[in-house]
Structure formats: structure tokens, C-alpha cells
Ligand binder design. Sequence first.
Ligand SMILES: [Zn+2]
Length: 289
Amino acid sequence: MSAPVVSMEDAELFPKAADALEMSEALPGLDVNAFEALHKQPNNLWWSRLVISTRGFVINYFKTEDERLFSMDDAFIIIHKIFVERNHVYPAVEFVKYLNTITGVPKLDNVLNATEAGTLPLAGNPFTAPDTCVAFTAVFGQPNQATYHIANLQKHAYYTFTRILGVLLRRWSADNEGVKRKGIRFDKDPEWQPDDRVVLFEEFYKGNRTWVLTDFDRHMIAFWRPKGTHVIFGDRHIEKKKRSGFNLCDYCGMLEQFPEQFKLMDQFRLCSSECLQSLAESIQAGNHH
Ligand SMILES: [Zn+2]
């Protein structure tokens, strides 16, 4: 059974309400067996787009909070390394169990606020309580003030990723029992169209609005190079941009924010001197076609 349908227009996955990131309820816990079965399928594009859309959905609520934004990008890069790149110190299934423990704490939002503020009775600290300390220290770090601060900044990233993955796993299990659902399967559908929350600030369907690149975007561009912008925006959107005169960097595949933004250097359209140098090195090594 192929991976469950994900669309950013799906209001259960990506609600548009102001309280869409509400996290007072403990989550029911991801079904570890269903997760393993889904994750066993070779489908990195699906997982990557799940992380990209979840990250865009969350991050757009924190446009004006730089510290939280950068810290959450760190969390989403780790999520991407675990579920897509599969080269993290924790195997994905182990991480899923940690997420279950963390998101199973009732009123996680308040608990992490109080942990950072130091107003929690010692027995209530999830970083030291016997049932939860392994998961919290694995995901956020050793119990100390700096870790409590980071956890408080990153909580929406892990909670929301777990919530969305939980909905998808339940749908997938139901699909496997014969219930069919229609929609875009973004693991292979060239029509994949994320909405404007997939990146920060830009309404990329219109005019010259710009996309604010952060560490997460750079990580995606580098990981999928040179197809990163196709993965983020979909083939159709990139083709449309090209027809309107926008270029891609010939090395990293970055999309211009306005036509002719990237300069021609040695007949190549390149976004930066770093890409010029990398291209030169790869030509020398005989790797560029
Ligand atoms: Zn480039």
C-alpha cells in the first residue's frame, strides 16, 4: 500500500485556525508497528515533503521570533536526518518511541514553560522523572538550564510533527483495511502543490515576493541538489517559473527570486561564488554533466 495522501490543503493535517499549534492534549502515541511498515518502504521523497510541509506550517507562526525560528529549524533538520537521511545516531523507530513519551506528557506546553522558569516541583521535571528522562534527554539534551530553554523553543516542532504523522498513520492503517481516500500522492505526483506556508514569508504564486532562506531551506537544497527546489515547490511550479524567465542555479538548483538575479559566470548561471567554485571542482573531478 503506497504512502498516505498528504496535502497542505488538508485541514486536519494543516489547520488554518489561530490555535492550530495548541498542545495541551497529550497525543495518543504513534503506532510503532504501522510506523515501521510505512518507513520500510523506500520513499524518501514522501518523508522529505512531509517534513518540509510540517516545518513550513509550524514556522510561519513564528516569523517574528528569530531565536525560536532558528532553533526550530535545527529540530526539523534533525527530524529530516532521522526519517529521510537515516544517518542519525538514533534509528527512526527509537526516535518515534521518544516522541511518544514526550508528546504523551499532558500539558507539555505548560510543563516545559515551568521547567525553564524553575517553578516546577522537582518530581515533575520530565528531564529527571524516571518514566520520561531517557526520551527528554535523548531529544533535547542533558538536564540543565540551556537544555530547558532549547526544549521550550523547539516543543512545537516535535509535537506538531508527531500529531501530523499520527493522523497519517491512522489513515494509512485504515486504507490498508480497505478504506479508500482520494487526493494528491506527493510521493510521485508531479502535480504536488504545497501552499504558501511551505516556505517563510513568500507568497510564491504571486509576482516578486521573496522567499526567506533559513538553515532548513539550505539543508534541503544541499540534500536534494540539484533538485531541491523541485522537491519543495513541485515540478509544475518550477516549470512555470522557468517559463516566466526565472533561472535555477546550475550547481545547487536554487531558484531565482526574480528573473536574471543569478549572474552568468563561465556560461553557467550560478547563485554564488561558492557554487562557482564547487562547480569548477566537480568539472575537474569529471562529475558534472
Ligand atoms: Zn547555487
